[in-house]
Write a protein that binds this ligand. Structure first.
Ligand code: SAH
Length: 392
């Protein structure tokens, strides 16, 4: 079997660079592209990235890439790939996904069917099975995906299984949750460090607080779940066990953190508590029922995150305007705090009463949202000092 793989980490639009940074932090070189980050690595790296990447969706092996304008080219291209190095006899290999974008071949079910046929033929030949007799597929599963972009096919095997945002701690999510990997990515885009207070004033099911606590305690986001590749016979189980044991030894559940989440809805507070407990972080985060309008603090240099209700989702427009306005008034006195607010409302700044220092376009599922970023005074002053030094 192979030692080195061409790999790709997929990510939501807008988060590729965050995933690229994470991959580099694991010691791997990578190239950031649209919606994905490409890198090379071993079985250990497949385990490492699945276990540790907080912002990615999935890790896939690229089996091959080739031009394909016709079904014949597609068939021959898939057939030519070294499937025998990945797929043991008896494994299940559904072609679970086909995606065609700006390509002559655009009928996805047909692309799926041809891909399957070509792999079957290759395995029949390699394992000396008679043609015409279907292969048994009752072994471990390898999900195959094919994408055609501008007449170029990329054939991949998913190593992850259910998407990486499913950490395994969320028992219930309430009406409008943010995905775990998006929440983690946003935490990494803020200027929060584990030594600063963090407050989510509209915490819902607690995702921001839990993801931040996992960062603060150095907990691998995937510690509580398993991955598709772990069931593959050629994956050395001792390597995976080592990577998991190493992750366990790095976790520090006693890290001194100051993380709280508030929500107006007591039911959400209960859910957030349950989720934090499930992640082993019940003792780390304080969740409390409170209206954001009542939030006061004497602490300094903290960070506020919030994913408040937006028009499309929970409240009507007028009520949203009032809520954002009260949010602005409540947070305005916290001059040294930085604030990061995620909403799809394009008039947010007007209702909130302040123009953001920075805005970043993201996608929460298919919904376009902006992360409005307001930096606390200390940071601004430090920036000014740096700037004036550079000016000299
Ligand atoms: N990020 C959260 C989802 C937030 S949805 C998650 O991942 O689950 C918005 C939340 O804001 C809802 O839970 C709602 O109850 C809460 N909310 C609405 N008005 C509020 C107010 N005035 N003060 C505090 N929380 C409020």
């Amino acid at each position: 079997m192979k030692q080195n793989f061409n790999l790709v980490a997929t990510a939501a639009a807008g988060l590729e660079a965050v995933v690229g940074k994470e991959i580099k932090a694991l010691g791997l070189d990578c190239q950031v592209e649209n919606g994905k980050v490409k890198f090379q690595g071993s079985v250990r790296d497949i385990a490492l990235t699945n276990l540790w990447l907080r912002a990615a969706d999935r890790i896939k092996i690229i089996v091959g890439e080739f031009p394909a304008k016709t079904f014949e080219e597609l068939f021959q291209g898939v057939f030519a790939l070294d499937w025998e190095n990945y797929l043991p006899l008896g494994c299940a290999f559904p072609v679970s996904k086909a995606k065609c974008v700006k390509s002559q071949l655009h009928n996805e079910p047909s692309v799926q069917a041809i891909t399957k046929k070509a792999i079957v033929k290759k395995l029949q030949k390699h394992y000396h099975r008679p043609e015409g007799v279907p292969l048994m597929e009752n072994g471990p599963e390898f999900k195959i995906e094919i994408s055609l972009l501008k007449d170029r096919a990329t054939v991949m095997i998913d190593t992850t299984g259910s998407s990486l945002f499913k950490r395994g701690y969320r028992t219930e999510k309430g009406g409008a949750p943010i995905k775990e990997n998006m929440a983690a990515a946003i935490m990494m885009l803020t200027n929060w460090f584990p030594d600063k207070p963090l407050v989510d004033i509209t915490c819902g099911s607690g995702t921001f607080c839990i993801e931040a606590a996992m960062i603060g305690c150095n907990i691998a986001p995937g510690f509580n779940r398993d991955f598709a590749f772990e069931a593959w016979p050629w994956v050395d189980k001792t390597i995976v066990a080592e990577v998991r044991a190493d992750a366990d030894s790095r976790a520090n559940y006693e890290a001194p953190l100051d993380i709280s989440g508030f929500d107006i809805d007591q039911r959400m507070v209960e859910i957030a508590k349950k989720n934090a407990a499930e992640a082993g972080l019940g003792h780390v985060i304080t969740f409390k029922q409170m209206r954001l309008q009542d939030f006061r603090t004497d602490k300094i240099n903290g960070v506020i995150v919030s994913n408040p209700p937006y028009g499309e989702r929970l409240l009507d427009d007028k009520a949203i305007q009032i809520l954002y306005n009260e949010m602005g008034q409540t947070l305005a006195p916290l001059k040294t705090w930085s604030k990061f607010i995620l909403t799809s409302d394009e008039h947010f700044e007007k209702s909130y009463g302040q123009t953001a220092d920075k805005k970043r376009k993201l996608y929460n599922g298919t919904l376009r949202v902006d992360l409005y970023q307001f930096y606390g005074e200390r940071v601004k002053r430090a920036d000014n000092i740096r700037r004036s030094k550079n000016d000299v």
